[in-house]
Design a protein. Sequence first.
Length: 212
Amino acid sequence: MGYDGIAVKQLMWYKEASLLLRSFRTMVHHYAVELTQALLKQRLRYDPETGVFTYTESRVGRVAGKPAGNVWSKKDRPDLQYLYIGVGGKRYQAHRLAFLYMTGRWPEAKVDHRDHNGLNNRWDNLRDASQRQNMQHTRLRSNNTSGYKGVAWDSNRKKWQVHISINGKNTSLGRFDIKEEAIEVYRKAAERHFGEFALTGTAKAHERRFAV
């Protein structure tokens, strides 16, 4: 058999393996049980003070009393890490499981981490949030030049520019000679529009507020 024949056979094998894997995932999803608070508490124990989930019983690949879950992050955002835990045939984000464990219901939309640390699942660090509120509480962009959200240096005009995003619309709040003045303008606007979900100050200062 020539090289071309081997390549064709390998391609056919990959296609068959891909179909089998897809069928297996569909079957697992179909037979996955509906997760309730009662079932969750049978399988896992959650400590609201530490945010850690541990297994309640030993099974294949897990030991009673040991921490549960695996850390995952997106390839394009390795800084955004979350803990995922498999329960009843499905994989869930740990912060959503914590919400179900403590309240008996799933969050309506998102669960926001107050300190932006997706691995800090202490109950006092989590709060129910809409998609809009969750987006308002996002971290500083990597290209931020001021260290403060909403404030950027305008190199053409040699001033600090302030802008805020409200309901998906970006609005300019002006340009200022003094950085502290620009920071204060954004802070007041963010607190007025976003309330407790307003992110003001530096990222490090914000994280220190909620540090253990």
